[in-house]
Ligand binder design. Sequence first.
Ligand code: UDX
Length: 472
Amino acid sequence: MTKPIQIAVIGSGYVGLVAAVCFAEIGHDVVCVDNDERKVLALESGDTLIHERHLPELLERYRGNKIHFTSNLQEATRASDAIFIAVGTPQAENGNADLSYVEAVACEIARALTSYKVIVEKSTVPVYTNEWIRRAIERNGVARRLFDVVSNPEFLREGTAVQDFLHPDRIVVGADSDAASSLLAAIYAPLTTGAYYARPGAIPGICSSSAPPPLLNTSTKSAEIIKHASNAFLAMKISFINAVSNLCEAADANIEQVARGIGLDNRIGPRFLRPGIGYGGSCFPKDVAAFRSVAEQLGIDFSLLTEVEKINAEQKKRFLSKVRSALWTLRGKRLGVLGLAFKGETDDIRESPAVDMIEMLLAEGCSIAAYDPAAIKRTQHELPASPRLHYVEDAYAAARDADAVLVLTDWREFSALDLKRLHSLMRYPIVVDGRNLFDPQVMHEHGFTYISIGRPAVYPARDLELANRPGA
Ligand code: UDX
């Protein structure tokens, strides 16, 4: 086992908290800093605040011994060798990333620097942020020899964040000094040497002691661009498949067959080719906009990204048209909505296309009964219940007396619904599926009108015997 390194993580959001807990899991001593006292108290008492697999058990295992929580950033800085900045970089009005939290943290770190520290930028930031952090610290009177600034972007996905952190495809370290890159190499050594995966009780995943993740050393600027370019590329893949799905609809082809045919080409790969109602979440929309804005500032024409955003916005409008064409008029229609989170297996509704859809449908005069396995509480803050918007306890309650059921989030739970029961509850058996969770043939056999993305719509079999046959 490598010697534990003293690490401070500033910010206890998705990236910060997961990183903090996982650094403890691979053997380091961590102090996690947040300026929100209530959060600190909640985390200290074992409440993870976010819905994320493995996080509660790891927090329970390490809180009070290898991980502590505090709001005192300066003390945490003084006690640590590496200080990871993982604060939010929200989108400013012009699409730029708002870096004011990063700047504030950099200045406060500067006030506590008396011996050499490595400051690590983990939040997603535009190229040149590293330099700005360095300048901000120097402007606060700190000698250059007392610190280095490293860029170490994080690629974790919500819902599988702990596994993604401990089993990454790659670890990227952008460092311009040997001392800094050596410290980062030592921090990640339990993963890169494979030692962690050989340990009893290690969280399982794609890496193993014989296939550990690679660590890629780059310049700080390259690391910053790698993060933005990765997210923009994945968003582009989704917009691409969504555009192809529209083409499939026009040509009466099937996007699932087309996506499989494309994805089997090793150069393309099968992942991130699921069509739907567009990407959402706290990263893709913000990062595509920020990358576009970085390109603009550097005088680069990257209008491809504008198209990616345009297709994504269009996808929601197209879905609304599908609902309209299935129901003729929308005013006064009762809809059952399945899914509020921006994707399945998370309670996060930031930039959720499902929430946008509900707002659009309410504006059209529909009444909605909405269900989500985890995101109702968060949605209620944004869209309070009203005479035309109810939150219900399960998918069947959402379907009761509905003129149509809309599937807006790809929760595994929805794919396993009892279709016979669903059918029996609905006023009209119409399902408009924005995530292609069901097989059109099966929906047909169950007597549904089934409209999905990029696949021919199916209408109920006239032969009712078929729809009602035993076991159907
Ligand atoms: C993403 C990146 O995957 C991750 O590497 C980065 O660190 C943060 O941003 P996340 O936002 O958690 O992670 O979600 P992800 O699983 O990537 O999905 C993003 C959005 O794209 C979701 O709305 C999802 O429904 C949508 N999506 C994803 C599709 O519509 N089709 C796909 O094929 C894949």
